[in-house]
Design a protein around this ligand. Sequence first.
Ligand code: GLP
Length: 237
Amino acid sequence: MKWIKVSSYEEMSKVACSIFVKQLQHKSNSVLGFATGGSPVGFYKEIVKSYQAGEISFDHVRSFNLDEYIGIPSNSPASYYSYMVENFFQHVNISKENYHLPDGNAIDLKEECVRYDKSIEESGGIDLQLLGIGVNGHIAFNEPGTSFASLTNIVNLTESTRIENARYFENIADVPTQAITMGIQSIMNTKKIVLTAFGDKKVAAIDQLYSGKITEDYPASQLLMHPNLTVIYGSEG
Ligand code: GLP
């Protein structure tokens, strides 16, 4: 496990990007795991710059995102699909068949969860996974109390997560109440994990992780059992 303390959001984004660049230079057909939210926006900017500078290519890359809301159209600006296209996919040479997000509009959502884990498995598994962390310690949309054995599944979002994510919607009532998310076990199955957290709001979440106590009340704590975890963190204060 590696803890890297940074002094700015920009530095966090650059350090995370450099790990992905190294991964792609070492294995051009890597399977990458992507995250959404505020934390990775700077990371995507950096990785697009590396692509534009000719340091990396996404020609042979396949990717899987952690999660997606249930019940909003994928072309809605608030969907994670739109976020990924806007912040990343449209700027690099990754082809549409090679990037994947869970389908929050699938007719059979349970079946979609099984299909998603299966397609990750068939890809050979995720080589490198990017993660953010929620203020309550959630990873992807695995809220406190989630079983560490969970695979991709349908979850009810907590009120605090809906309030946090309301900034992407016109008002809180528009924030979906459910999502499809890779489970804790699906995340633990990835070969390498980079967790990013920056800002005063995330200090308590990182302190809790650093304390080393592993409990299902704090989903991120299971990551301490992962054989290849890097935490890139910092705050203004
Ligand atoms: C959402 C996402 C998570 C993300 C978390 C933190 O709930 N599903 O994957 O890590 O928010 O987001 P932010 O980086 O905006 O604080």
